[in-house]
Write a protein that binds this ligand. Structure first.
Ligand code: GLN
Ligand code: ZN
Length: 763
């Protein structure tokens, strides 16, 4: 008999109830009791949703982030939030977001804001966790209250509970030593607290604990591998059974290590590491449970159940009672319920499965394994029909796109001349001053803009009315930029709600959900568009807006596009072809847009690749392959233009040290990056690498309401000029200004333009 379980359930609620609850509590609009009641209600509902599984996880719910929860369970609370007013949850929100709820924070003097904890990406997902902070003097102290309370709730509900915790080695690995001390030296202090936690859970009658150790799918040094041995030897005598959970990839050189750790079960991501299943079975001691993640926890596609059974049935025979099945990873990364969708195209919908549907699939698989396929004959037939229909659908397969893809050659990604020759022609055409000034694309998305968009979407405003409203916004941006004296203007992106969705909506091969939200961090959710078929561009997407903007000014107007790699990385993408193929298709479609802009007389075109870096695989050994196709895709998109047309790209980060050669290989004429927060420190990458083209290091931190002074900007630019020849420098903000107010943007840009003027005069 195969046992069914789950690794984690989306906590936000099918209608994002958690988001609205958190935000209203933070604003002081609802009480602490209302927030805690909402948490209990969501947990209860989610356990009901998972009824029928043999084990249901407890502790995957969180008021902000599961890693931060673990920090509080371990008593690892940064010094700076201690001694404030309020209780543990207040401090929890202080670490999460720099402040707790308004009502609590009104105790003025004692409760000012504190620096929020650093946030970073959870492995290669779009979820962000709060980085644990360590120093040589970090002490741990168990606080099991959260888990115990939730365990009691689960018990009252009659749930067969399996607590989930982040494992000690992954916890240390994900954290940061603020004093540069060696994190691993904390392990001996950390392990007794874990042992105490497991003993506490055992005393509650818990049988199994899921202990997440996903860093086992990354490259580990011998020291970190040894830490695994030490840690799990120390926990071996605990009275609960441990299910060591790995996910997001293959174990590779950590495989033998994972198999020999003294735990009672191992979870393997059988989507990404199917190839390792046989080796794991061979190496895992005979008394261990093997949990296989056979449903993809990262995408929104129906599982091909018949084909999973084809390989899983022999495995089940071999393992008998030792086999557990589950999704590959926590379902945190998928939306909650496909049944919420009212408007989704029926055909596309028939190919999809969100969290609840995935758990349904898991149950079908378990029944087929435990009672034979006949017991779920109808379900398997329906599933088979959906899979076959998707495979054969003309909506998925576009022969013209496949033919265009087959014709891609290196020449497609090659500019006509090398950068120096292009730069001369561009200079002659654009006649820009030294230290040219520009912005990254968006201007404030005002209440009026959002209002017009929602009126248009609901039908209250017709297309002509919407166009007039957007043109008025474009005109306003252009006038403001002219008054400021910026050199290369933008249209302001008023018509775009989101830089990926805007393009997805106009490309064939994309679908959109209404409630397909996934938590990104805290109360922030994203709704990635669904790339389901071969991608093509029925008609120009941006040309009319940019042409209109250009018609209002004699200054050069930048065309503004999102690049193929970013569109890919911020979408749910198809699983029936390599990501690289989908990316090349996007590249060809956006290339057509680039060429249409050029034909319309637009001489500066920016192609944003905000998400290029986050697509890097978990293992460094796989980076180059990704970078090769990502850079090729960008080049296909950008490089069909004439020498005179200036290509810009933008990236919202600048940890470039390890990928600078690939960035240079994109061969954009100008790249704008984020640098102001780090005081140009991030330009260190340029110390050892002679970046050949032009760069605009961001000098205005758009994440903050603060207005940078002229002197500060001049000073930052002078630092930049120590690394990059001044004639190749641009002056611009870190990123788009969409989230700011005009009242902040105008004085900031005034100072920026004045700084450029000063630089020109003093250079
Ligand atoms: N052009 C986009 C903007 O200005 C870029 C946003 C981004 O890099 N995330 O908003
Ligand atoms: Zn950006």
């Amino acid at each position: 008999m195969a046992t069914t379980h789950n690794l984690g359930f989306p906590r936000i609620g099918a209608k994002r109830e958690l988001k609205f609850g958190q935000e209203s509590y933070w604003k002081g609009q609802s009480s602490r009791d209302e927030l805690t009641a909402l948490g209990a209600q969501l947990r209860q509902r989610h356990w009901e949703n998972q009824a029928g599984l043999d084990q249901v996880q407890v502790g995957d719910f969180s008021f902000y982030d599961q890693v931060l929860d673990m920090s509080f369970t371990l008593g690892n609370i940064p010094e700076r939030v201690r001694g404030f007013h309020g209780d543990t949850l207040d401090n929890y929100f202080r670490v999460a977001r720099g402040r707790t709820a308004r009502g609590t924070e009104d105790h003025s003097a004692c409760c000012g804001g504190v620096a929020a904890g650093e946030m970073t990406k959870w492995f290669d997902t779009n979820y962000h966790y709060i980085v644990p902070e360590f120093s040589a003097s970090t002490e741990f102290k168990l606080d099991p209250s959260r888990l115990l309370e939730q365990l009691a709730e689960a018990k009252a509900q009659g749930v067969k509970a399996k607590p989930v915790i982040v494992g000690p080695v992954t916890y240390l690995a994900l954290g940061k030593a603020k004093d540069d001390s060696d994190k691993l030296s904390l392990l001996p202090r950390l392990l007794p607290v874990y042992a105490e936690l497991l003993a506490t859970l055992a005393a509650q009658g818990v049988e199994w604990v899921q202990i997440d150790e996903p860093i086992l799918v990354t490259e580990l040094s011998a020291e970190w591998q040894q830490a695994y041995v030490t840690a799990y030897d120390a926990l071996a005598s605990s009275k609960v059974k441990l299910l060591l959970a790995t996910y997001f990839g293959q174990l590779l050189d950590n495989l033998s290590l994972a198999c020999k750790l003294p735990v009672q079960g191992l979870h393997l991501d059988a989507i990404n590491a199917r190839a390792e299943v046989a080796t794991v079975i061979a190496q895992l001691p005979q008394d261990r449970v093997l949990s296989l993640g056979v449903i993809n926890g990262r995408n929104i596609w129906k599982t091909d159940l018949n084909s999973v059974l084809d390989w899983l049935e022999p495995v089940a025979k071999q393992l008998g009672e030792r086999l557990w099945i589950a999704p590959s990873c926590s379902l945190l990364h998928v939306p909650v319920d496909l049944d919420s969708e009212q408007k989704l195209d029926a055909e596309v919908r028939s190919w999809l499965a969100f969290a609840l549907q995935k758990l349904g699939e898991l149950k079908v698989l378990a029944t087929a394994l435990n009672q034979g396929r006949d017991a779920v004959k109808a379900e398997l037939a329906a599933n088979g029909a959906a899979i076959a229909a998707r495979r054969a659908s003309p909506r998925v397969n576009n022969p013209a796109v496949k033919a265009a893809l087959a014709k891609i050659s290196p020449a497609l990604g090659q500019r006509k001349s090398a950068y120096p020759a292009r730069a001369d022609k561009q200079a002659a055409l654009l006649k820009l001053p030294a230290y040219p000034t520009t912005t990254i694309g968006s201007f404030p998305q005002t209440g009026e803009i959002r209002h017009a968009r929602s009126q248009f979407k609901s039908g209250a405003l017709d297309a002509a009315g919407y166009k007039t409203a957007m043109q008025a916004e474009i005109e306003r941006s252009v006038r403001e930029q002219e008054a400021l004296g910026l050199d290369v203007l933008v249209h302001g992106e008023a018509e775009r709600n989101d830089m990926v969705e805007y393009f997805g909506e106009q490309l064939d091969g994309y679908a959109f959900s209404q409630f397909g939200w996934v938590q990104s961090y805290g109360s922030r959710c994203v709704k990635p568009p669904i790339l389901f078929g071969d991608i093509s561009r029925p008609k120009a997407m941006t040309v009319e807006w940019i042409k209109y903007a250009q018609s209002l000014t004699s200054k050069p107007m930048k065309g503004m596009l999102t690049g193929p790699v970013t569109i890919l990385n911020w979408s749910f993408v198809r699983d029936d072809q390599p990501r690289s193929v989908s990316c090349y298709q996007l590249a060809l479609a956006i290339r057509e847009e680039v060429l249409d802009l050029e034909k319309a007389g637009v001489r500066v075109i920016q192609i944003d690749e905000a998400a290029l870096r986050e697509g890097l695989p978990l293992r460094k050994s796989q980076w180059q392959e990704y970078l090769d196709w990502a850079v090729t895709s960008f080049r296909i998109t950008a490089n069909g233009v004439d020498d005179e047309t200036q290509i810009h790209t933008h990236m919202c980060y600048s940890e470039f040290n390890d990928i600078i050669a690939s960035i240079a290989d994109m061969d954009a004429d100008v790249i704008t990056i984020e640098t102001s927060r780090s005081d140009m420190e991030l330009l260190d990458a340029f110390d050892n690498f002679n970046y050949p083209n032009e760069i605009g290091p961001g000098v205005y931190d758009i994440h903050s309401p603060n207005i940078p002074t002229e002197a500060h900007i001049v000073q930052l630019m002078k630092k930049a000029a120590e690394r990059i020849p001044a004639q190749r420098l641009w002056v611009n903000p870190d990123c788009g200004l969409k989230t700011r107010q005009w009242e902040e943007v105008i004085p900031a840009l005034k100072n920026m333009v004045a700084a450029a003027q000063t630089l020109r005069e003093t250079a």
